[in-house]
Design a binder for this molecule. Structure first.
Ligand code: S3P
Length: 729
């Protein structure tokens, strides 16, 4: 791309740019300019082969260079520009790597009176606590963000060349304006550094002599890691971005003041909410980061063992979502118990908070929703981020289509690749205005309208999400909305609408609704999720000498396909203490070990066990003979392609599992059923938990990668599974 690059300042950043530019063949020749004071560093750079030559005279350094990169601390950029001015060349491209951009543009304006069009300001968001050329790394910028802040006057060719240069280096490019860059960086980088420096300063001065550092634990070390950064550089950055930083420091002081107030006045609920909000916000932030940057969790399961004991698994995910949606639109206060405190349900809760609903909790499964009435939601300030949750996105698209405001629904990588046309097509037929991405995926841009019309819709796929979406839209549509399904799917929406006194007419396989009703607040007791219980229904069946009782599980007949299928395979499951709570059947399930046998799974059971197939495949691997699943192509568009991902993993574990277009054929083995190995859950919670259960019948350890999404439905899984006897770390 360039013949000669001149780097001004070969420290960590400048040195790393030189190394990667050479490795990727982006230039022929690299020189550096530095001051006498930095001579040893320049000599080291040459000796290490990072640069070809260095100069203490700037004229010689920049002569014939077609690219000059200023990689000094931001505080000296003005001096450097003054030195460069007499030799400024219109044909050369100039850029920098400073952490603040307003100060760099100001410096250029003060030296040149206006920003030269061939000077393109840039900022690689990468660094390390170490400095100097010795610390430079060839992959410092790989997969890291690189922000370019061009001005209106920037030369388009120069800008394109700088974009290409950083793309070739492997960075992810963002283009921003200068002020926005400085505001964002003040919050995400400069303030955290100041907090780390000031905490160590405070505690160091106070207690260093005593034993603060001796006893400082991981939290202190994690929090203060960045206080090991270069003080000169950070002094420069803070001075250069003073205006933005001071604003944030004031807000931070206010926040600390609030926390002090809560402590002094024993306001434990408020404090708990502050911490809970922060924890959830951080999780959403991690989910939004590219996979490589987010925390990665690996499960390690030792082979064998048995499951014994009595547990209550967390609340039903489908009902938890619906309790927030209907409770928010109700008149009055709804109390929910047994609410699922996991990312998917929290995404829905957060979305309604963002639309002006006051919601307290979850606190030990209790949530209080101060309903705003059917027409009381307000426009959210930001797009609604729904993480991994398909139910949130599909149900909300119906509920929001008929509002008086617009919304944007976004999600993580998996959710952004799942099909949304199944809801947007019938909604559009009702008069909704929803734009999807090409291919019918999220983000969804919903323009609210008061002109929805009822529809008589025969669902082409068996989907409770589609049915519920249309019923929720029907609450805001003129005339009747009727949804007919060809195979039964879970009916929690219909039941819960009933619980909230909203008229919904169910006849045979059709449900109808109109806009005449209103929702009256009620109390909801969410039973345990049979989809979470399923892991232990299978686990206790396949592991010898097991006996597990799962308390208070929702056994709505539209959800018990897993019990029916396991019983057909010979499992011993007893349904005890059956009762109806809030319109939903609930029971305790006792399961003991049994030798399963392979079966052809009846297709009519597929929608009734749709989320349980990953773990049923594990059951099939341990059964005697062949198990065949057909009519389940929906599994290919769940949180992952569950047919392919399970077949891949089972094959790695030595199981004969053949994927088909709409199911799987598994040749089970009663002895040495499953081997060991490393499998990938592809960020799908149910895959991660299913392979963990496989460990009970494995002959060697199973390592499962990418398990953080277990938090979307069952954060307690590792604890409860271990408590029952699974050897999981
Ligand atoms: C759900 C319906 C099912 C299920 C999902 C939850 C719901 O999806 O897989 O986990 O709460 O309505 P489909 O409707 O797409 O089958």
């Amino acid at each position: 791309m360039f013949n000669k690059i001149c780097i001004i300042g070969v420290g960590l950043i400048g040195g790393s740019i030189a190394k990667v530019a050479r490795q990727k063949g982006l230039c022929n020749y690299i020189v550096a300019f530095g001051r006498q004071k930095g001579l040893t560093n320049l000599q080291a750079a040459k000796k290490l082969g990072v640069i070809d030559e260095f100069y203490l005279d700037i004229e010689l350094a920049v002569k014939d260079a077609d690219c000059v990169i200023i990689a000094t601390p931001v505080g000296v950029i003005e001096q450097i520009l003054k030195k460069l001015k007499p030799f400024w060349n219109e044909q050369t491209i100039y850029t920098d790597a400073g952490s603040t951009k307003g100060s760099v543009v100001d410096a250029a304006r003060s030296v040149f009176s206006e920003m030269p069009s061939n000077f393109i300001p840039a900022h690689p968001i990468a660094g390390a606590e170490k400095s100097g050329v010795e610390a430079s790394q060839v992959d410092l910028f790989k997969n890291k963000r690189l922000i370019i802040t061009p001005l209106k006057s920037s030369c388009p060719d120069a800008l394109n060349k700088i974009i290409k240069f950083w793309e070739k280096i492997g960075s992810n490019i963002s283009i921003m304006d200068v002020d926005h860059h400085d505001a964002v960086l003040a919050a995400t980088s400069h303030l955290p550094h100041i907090l780390a420096f000031s905490l160590v300063d405070l505690l160091g001065k106070k207690n260093e002599q005593v034993d603060i550092f001796k006893y400082a634990a991981g939290g202190f070390k994690d929090f203060t890691r960045i206080a090991s950064s270069d003080p000169t550089m950070w002094l420069d950055i803070c001075m250069a971005n003073k205006k933005e930083i001071v604003l944030l420091l004031q807000q931070m002081q206010e926040e600390l003041g609030n926390i002090e107030h809560m402590l002094v006045n024993n306001e434990s609920q408020q404090l708990f909410e502050t911490f809970t909000y922060a924890k959830q916000a951080r999780q959403r932030f991690l989910n939004q980061l590219d996979n490589h940057m987010s925390q990665s969790i690996t499960f390690n399961v030792q082979p064998g063992g048995k499951l014994r004991g009595e547990i209550r698994v967390p609340g039903d995910k489908s009902m938890s979502h619906r309790s927030i949606m209907l409770g928010s639109l109700a008149e009055g206060t709804t109390h929910v118990t047994g609410f699922l405190n996991a990312d998917d349900a929290l995404a829905t809760l957060q979305a309604f908070k963002a639309m002006g609903v006051e919601i307290e909790g979850p606190n030990n499964g209790e949530v209080t929703i101060h309903g705003v009435g059917k027409h009381g939601l307000i426009e959210p300030k930001e797009p609604l981020y729904l993480g991994n949750s398909g139910t949130s996105m599909r149900l909300l698209s119906g509920l929001l289509a008929g509002q008086s405001f617009n919304t944007i629904l976004t999600g993580d990588k998996s959710l952004s690749s799942r099909p949304m046309k199944r809801v947007t097509d019938p909604l559009t037929a009702m008069g909704a205005k929803i734009e999807t991405q090409e291919g019918g995926t999220a983000p969804l841009h919903i323009t609210g309208t008061s002109e929805l019309k009822g529809i008589d819709y025969l669902m082409p796929i068996a989907s409770a999400q589609v049915k519920s979406c249309l019923l929720l839209a029907g609450m805001f549509a003129e005339g009747e909305t009727k949804v007919t399904e060809s195979a039964s799917t879970r009916d929690h929406t219909e039941r819960m609408l009933n619980g909230f006194s909203y008229p919904v007419n169910v006849e045979g396989n059709a449900a109808s609704i109109n806009s005449d009703g209103k929702l009256v607040a009620t109390d909801i007791d969410v039973p345990s999720d049979i989809s979470s219980a399923a892991f232990f229904l299978v686990g206790a069946s396949i592991a010898q000498d097991s006996d597990v009782t799962l308390k208070h599980v929702g056994v709505n007949p539209t959800r018990t396909g897993v019990i029916d299928i396991l019983r057909l395979m010979g499992a011993k499951i007893e349904v005890l203490n059956e009762k109806t709570i809030g319109g939903e059947p609930v029971a305790d399930l006792r399961v003991v070990s049994s030798q399963l046998k392979g079966i052809d799974i009846p297709e009519k059971l597929v929608p009734l066990a749709i989320d349980e197939f990953p773990v049923l495949f594990v059951a099939a691997a341990c059964a005697e003979g062949q198990t065949r699943l057909t009519g389940a192509k929906e599994l290919r568009v769940k949180e992952s392609d569950r047919i392919q991902v399970m077949a891949d993993g089972l094959q790695i574990l030595g199981v004969d599992a053949q994927p088909t277009k709409d199911g799987m054929v598994i040749q089970g083995k009663p002895i040495d059923s499953i081997g060991g190995g490393e499998v990938d859950s592809h960020g799908d919670h149910r895959i991660a938990m299913s392979f963990s259960i496989a460990g009970l019948r494995a002959t060697a350890p199973i390592i499962i990668k990418d398990c953080e999404n277990v938090n979307t439905s069952f954060p307690e899984f590792p604890t409860l599974a271990t408590q029952l006897g699974l050897n999981l770390k």
